[in-house]
Design a protein around this ligand. Structure first.
Ligand code: AG3
Length: 280
């Protein structure tokens, strides 16, 4: 009996469920249904159209890996662009670097508003940082029209169903490439390859024709079930070759330490098992 449980059925014939100990918010925005609830294992959880996007307990793994890997590999990023990321977790981590500006383009003002209210620990002050430039707009439109100049672009999308779908097209990736500075890095969330292999294949095929270095890297995020979460990596630079000692120097220079990210994890994340390599 799953009454009072949040049941995610993103993958055919498979479900994961959280008991909703207290529903804090449940409403439809202009774009999607958003629910924030309290769960025993993951703290507060936010779902969009029934799919878990962020939890208090494990969001650090996902957000750290999509920010610190490209930012420390780059080493001198001044301008960062986040597409999506309305909960503010990506901005939170990106702003731990000495960047001049983080532009965040979120399609759904409701997600920003309700996450500020019911999940303040996710953004942890990022929305008040003067370096944050928040724009409520369609990420695909923004990318088509921007003048660019971004050193790192992070695509923090939902899965390729609903509003997130356009963020997985060749067109969008082409515009993102054009928006990068020379040597800039594009990273994307590409789902769980064990369950959603074609998502990674699609992105990496596009990256292969756009970038000199197109690759994937991995991190295990408990919330996104099925083993590793995959991230796309595209750049014309040799940033993937950065060594552990250089990364350690860059981490030390920020005076920060992280809950998941370490220079060793950074390097190891690019090591791919056979079943993932075959998807590229
Ligand atoms: N965006 C990534 C959602 C992927 C979830 N789906 C899945 N299990 N494949 C999360 C937004 C956090 N800022």
């Amino acid at each position: 009996n799953l009454t009072g449980w949040s049941v995610e059925t993103l993958h055919d014939g498979f479900a994961q469920a959280h008991r909703m100990d207290r529903v804090l918010y449940d409403s439809k925005t202009e774009h999607q249904r958003i629910i924030v609830f309290e769960s025993a294992q993951f703290g507060r959880v936010m779902t969009l159209d029934g799919v878990v996007q962020v939890t208090e307990r494990d969001n650090f793994i996902y957000h750290e890996m999509l920010t610190h890997v490209p930012l420390f590999a780059h080493g001198a990023a001044k301008r960062v662009l986040v597409i999506g990321g309305g909960d503010g977790g990506m901005a939170r981590e990106a702003l731990r670097h000495p960047v001049e500006q983080v532009t965040m383009v979120e399609i759904d003002a409701g997600v920003v508003e309700f996450c500020k209210e019911y999940l303040p620990s996710i953004s942890n002050g990022a929305f008040d940082d003067p370096r944050l430039d928040l724009q409520i707009a369609d990420g695909a439109d923004f990318m088509r029209e921007t003048d660019g100049g971004y050193d790192v672009i992070i695509v923090d999308s939902t899965d390729p169903v609903g509003p997130g779908e356009v963020l997985f097209t060749d067109h969008f990736y082409g515009h993102a490439k054009r928006a990068l500075t020379p040597g800039g890095i594009l990273v994307t969330q590409n789902g769980v390859p064990f369950m959603q292999g074609s998502e990674l294949t699609g992105t990496l095929r596009a990256f292969g024709s756009l970038f000199r270095d197109a690759h994937a890297y991995l991190a295990p995020v408990p919330t996104y079930q099925g083993g590793f979460m995959a991230f796309g990596w595209g750049t014309d630079s040799a940033a993937r070759d950065v060594d552990v000692a250089t990364l350690a120097d860059r981490v030390n220079a920020t005076g920060q330490s992280f809950d998941y990210y370490t220079p060793e994890i950074h390097k190891a994340a690019f090591a791919l098992p056979g079943y993932v390599k075959r998807l590229l």
